[in-house]
Design a protein around this ligand. Structure first.
Ligand code: F6P
Length: 343
C-alpha cells in the first residue's frame, strides 16, 4: 500500500473538499492508496500535524465549502521552522511516498522548488480568480461568478427603486475574470478590470448615458482595477505586499468620484469573501472531483513535478515549469468585444 499526504494551501475555494473526496475515494478503491491530511496547508507538513483520511472521513463532502484540512498562507520555506529538512523529516516519519499540494500560484512555485530538491510532489490547481494559465478553468471560479451574478441581480432592483448608480466590487487582484463573467451574466453597464485601465471620464460617460436612457447604472469592478492616474495615496500595502485601496475597496474609492462627477447618487458594495464561501456549483464539484481522481493516477504512476489541469474537456498533466510560465489575464479581444456594449 502506498501512502500520500494531502494539503490545501492559500486562500480557500469552493471545491477543495470535492478534490479531497475524489482523491481518497479513487485512490483507496482503484490504487490501494492511503492518505493523510496535513492541517492548515504547509504548516501541517512542516510540523507533522496530520489527520488520517479514509472513505468515512470524506463521505458527503463534495457539496461542502471551505476545506476540512484548513488552509493558511504559510509557505514551506517562509517559516523559521520550515525548509527542506522539516519537509523531509515529516515525509520520512510518516513513510510517505509523496505529497499532493492543492493550491494556487504560490503553492505551485513552492512545490516546484521542493520537487527540485528531490521531494516527490504533485499539484492540483486552485483559485477562484481563474488566472492560472495551465488550466482552462479552476474550480471555485464558477461558484464565485454565480454568487457575484446574484449580487448584481439584487443590486439592480434596489438601484432601480432609488435611481442610483450601483458599484459592485468583486475579487481579482491581477485578473478580471470574475468581474468580466459576472458583469456579462448580470448585464452590467461597465466592467472594470486590472488588465485595462479606464479613465474616470470614460466611466462617468457610460454611467451618464445609462441614466439618460432612464436606467440605473450598474458598474462591476475587480479589486485590482486602478484608474490610470490613481496614485499611491489611494493605496496601502497589506501584509501580503499587495497594494489595497486605503478606503476599503476600490468600489468605495470610485463611488464618490462617480457621484460628484455625474450628480447621480452612487452606492458601493464590496462582495468580499462571500464569493469564496459556501457550497460549490455543480460545475465546480464535477471539475474538482475529476481533478482529485486524476491526481491519484498521477501519483500511482510516480509522475512527480506536475499538476493536473483542465484542457478543453480533458484532464491532462502539466509540468510545474510550464504551469508557472505564464499568468492568465483576460485577453484584450474578449474584453473589447464586451466593452463596445457598455453604457
Ligand atoms: O487569490 C484568491 C483571492 O480570493 C483574491 O481574489 C483575493 O485578492 C485574495 O484571495 C483575498 O485573500 P485573503 O483571503 O487572504 O484576504
Amino acid at each position: 500500500m502506498t501512502r500520500f499526504g494531502i494539503l490545501t494551501s492559500g486562500g480557500d475555494c469552493p471545491g477543495l473538499n470535492a478534490v479531497i473526496r475524489g482523491a481518497v475515494l479513487k485512490g483507496e478503491t482503484v490504487h490501494g492508496q492511503q492518505f493523510f491530511g496535513f492541517r492548515d496547508g504547509w504548516r501541517g507538513l512542516i510540523e507533522n500535524d496530520v489527520m488520517p483520511l479514509d472513505r468515512s472521513s470524506v463521505r458527503g463532502l463534495s457539496h461542502e465549502g471551505g476545506t476540512i484540512l484548513g488552509t493558511s498562507r504559510v509557505g514551506p520555506y517562509s517559516e523559521p521552522n520550515g525548509g527542506i529538512d522539516a519537509v523531509r523529516r515529516t515525509i520520512a516519519d510518516l513513510s510517505l511516498d509523496g505529497v499532493i499540494a492543492i493550491g494556487g500560484e504560490g503553492t505551485a512555485s513552492a512545490s516546484k522548488r521542493l520537487h527540485g530538491e528531490g521531494v516527490n510532489i504533485v499539484g492540483v490547481p486552485k483559485t477562484i480568480d481563474n488566472d492560472l494559465d495551465a488550466t482552462d478553468y479552476t474550480f471555485g471560479f464558477d461558484t464565485a461568478v454565480e454568487i457575484a451574478t446574484e449580487a448584481i441581480d439584487r443590486l439592480r432592483t434596489t438601484g432601480n427603486s432609488h435611481k442610483r448608480c450601483m458599484v459592485l466590487e468583486v475579487m481579482g487582484r491581477h485578473a478580471g475574470w470574475i468581474a468580466l463573467y459576472s458583469g456579462i451574466a448580470g448585464g452590467a453597464h461597465a466592467i472594470l478590470i486590472p488588465e485595462q485601465p479606464e479613465s474616470l471620464d470614460q466611466i462617468c460617460a457610460w454611467v451618464s448615458s445609462v441614466q439618460n436612457r432612464g436606467r440605473s447604472p450598474m458598474v462591476v469592478v475587480a479589486e485590482g482595477f486602478r484608474l490610470p492616474d490613481m496614485d499611491e495615496a489611494h493605496s496601502t500595502k497589506g501584509l501580503d505586499g499587495f497594494n489595497r485601496p486605503r478606503l476599503g475597496g476600490i468600489a468605495e474609492v470610485l463611488a464618490p468620484m462617480i457621484e460628484s462627477r455625474t450628480g447621480i447618487e452612487t452606492r458601493a458594495t464590496v462582495l468580499g469573501h462571500i464569493q469564496r464561501g459556501g457550497s460549490p456549483t455543480g460545475f465546480d464539484r464535477v471539475l474538482a472531483t475529476r481533478l482529485g481522481m486524476a491526481v491519484t493516477d498521477m501519483v500511482a504512476d510516480r509522475d512527480w513535478g506536475k499538476m493536473v489541469a483542465l484542457r478543453g474537456t480533458d484532464i491532462v498533466r502539466v509540468a510545474f515549469d510550464e504551469a508557472l510560465a505564464a499568468h492568465k489575464s483576460v485577453p484584450m479581444d474578449q474584453y473589447q468585444e464586451v466593452r463596445i456594449i457598455f453604457g
